[in-house]
Design a protein around this ligand. Structure first.
Ligand SMILES: [Zn+2]
Length: 76
């Protein structure tokens, strides 16, 4: 079994783990997410060439849920 491939974005300092069915993104806090979520919350603001999460084909579709917003009351 191959080791999971991990990459750390040098700009955003976020770890991306290659996984079947979609890469997983490990944020410094909170639950794991997707590349789309990472882009919506971090990479689009960093906007640096060295960022490894800038390829829209790899990022996939960014939905409303991927953007940062306050948790609704009672969600914790
Ligand atoms: Zn990045």
């Amino acid at each position: 079994m191959a080791e999971p491939q991990e990459q750390v974005c040098p700009v955003c300092s976020v770890k991306i783990i290659a996984a079947p069915g979609g890469d997983r993104v490990v944020f410094s806090s909170g639950p794991e997410g997707t590349r789309a979520k990472l882009w919506a919350r971090v990479c689009q603001f960093a906007n640096k060439p060295a960022c490894i999460n800038r390829d829209r084909d790899t990022i996939g579709t960014v939905t409303d849920k991927d953007y940062f917003k306050a948790d609704p009351p009672g969600s914790k």
